[in-house]
Design a protein around this ligand. Structure first.
Ligand code: AMP
Ligand code: MN
Ligand code: MN
Length: 345
């Protein structure tokens, strides 16, 4: 194998695991019922890697197949044009005892909601993921923490199954890759990422149109909502041993007032993490009475994944989250207390 080829193959997954995954899929998918699952509140990588892989299985001739995710059956507007959406079913309709379960972009069973029981009822479970915090809950675990997105793992597994890329598979995998690299801006945007993007774009997809849809399009009401929420952001320069933190919060009432769905807030972390004076950005988003989904980002001084794990969540070193309880102030206080203990040397 040449150096150039080695560079395109995800690291950290053994040949034995790749072979076990391919063998399991070949044995069970042709005649059996296949259930693909991604994480709750699915993002571009969760949906894109899952649907891209599902379309690949369809090309292999797999007929009995469903894709699903836990929680409310709502596809964020930016992803409503993804190929393969016809394969999606609400969790209530998902096979109760599938022959094969394939899990995408899920670091731990807590991200599977009520679908977690399928890991037990399925004939076999193959996990495709790229979170360093992955707990290895599958029968076969294809986890590469150096991969920029789960779709990197999905593309390689499709290659090993001899499924050629077509423009629909490629669009799904591209949305996933673009989402998790912040549109090819983050540090994990390696030569390998650009080589994969080149293979995907070569199928004929339209990167400009896809980027506009997933990054640069939102309702007027969402812009007004962002204005309110950004307007109440607070700077905390002494947090994280002086590296500093900026934070804000959004309530269900904020969403209501502007007639917006919760997923529009996923994009709000981007303007907040742009604040130059500090390292850490935190957005606290209400999901229930005293329950909040917390998004954290670091520019490199703090391992926010470790902070998230300490608070019951997970993620990547520079992008992580958890579920917080109480008031936004309580939640941010709990983050602040953890920051100095998780500085990156
Ligand atoms: P987000 O801020 O929602 O974009 O999430 C950033 C990263 O943190 C993603 O890789 C998520 O998988 C992870 N993450 C977010 N919330 C949680 C949670 N409640 N539990 C575990 N991981 C999470
Ligand atoms: Mn994800
Ligand atoms: Mn991901």
């Amino acid at each position: 194998m040449t150096e150039a080829v080695a560079e395109t193959v995800p690291a950290n997954i053994s040949d034995a695991d790749w072979a076990a995954a391919a063998r399991t899929i070949r044995e069970l998918a042709a005649e059996g019922r296949v259930l693909l699952i991604c994480h709750v509140n699915p993002d571009g990588d969760a949906l894109g890697s899952m649907l891209g892989f599902a379309l690949g299985l369809r090309r292999l001739g797999v007929r009995r197949m469903q894709a699903t995710f836990p929680g409310p059956f709502e596809i964020p507007e930016p992803f409503t044009a993804l190929p393969g959406l016809d394969l999606l079913v609400p969790e209530e309709e998902a096979y109760a005892d599938p022959d094969l379960v394939l899990v995408f972009d899920v670091a731990s069973e807590s991200r599977l909601g009520a679908l977690v029981d399928r890991v037990g009822t399925a004939g076999a479970t193959v996990v495709l993921d790229h979170h360093a915090s992955n707990t290895g809950f599958g029968g076969v675990n294809l986890v590469d923490a150096t991969a920029a997105a789960t779709s990197v793992v999905a593309e390689e597994l499709l290659r090993r199954l001899d499924v050629p890329l077509d423009v629909e598979i490629a669009e799904c995998l591209y949305v996933a890759l673009a989402t998790d690299t912040g549109s090819f801006r983050f540090d994990m945007t390696t030569p390998r990422v650009h080589e994969m993007a080149a293979r995907l774009i070569a199928t004929g997809l339209r990167p400009g149109e896809i980027s506009r849809r997933i990054f640069d399009s939102r309702p007027f009401g969402a812009m007004k909502l962002f204005a309110d929420v950004l307007g109440r952001a607070q700077l905390d320069p002494t947090a994280a041993a002086g590296h500093g933190m900026v934070w804000t919060y959004a309530t269900l009432e904020d969403l209501d007032r502007h007639g917006q769905r919760p997923y529009v807030l996923d994009a709000l972390i981007d303007p907040v993490r742009a604040v130059a004076e500090v390292d850490v950005a935190v957005v606290v988003k209400q999901t229930g009475d005293a329950e909040w989904a917390v998004s954290m980002r670091s520019k490199g001084a703090v391992d926010v994944s470790a902070v998230a794990v300490a608070l019951g969540g997970g993620g990547h070193r520079l992008a992580a989250g958890f579920t917080g309880y109480g008031t936004p102030g309580d939640v941010v206080f709990s983050v602040r207390q953890q920051l100095a203990a998780h500085l990156i040397a």
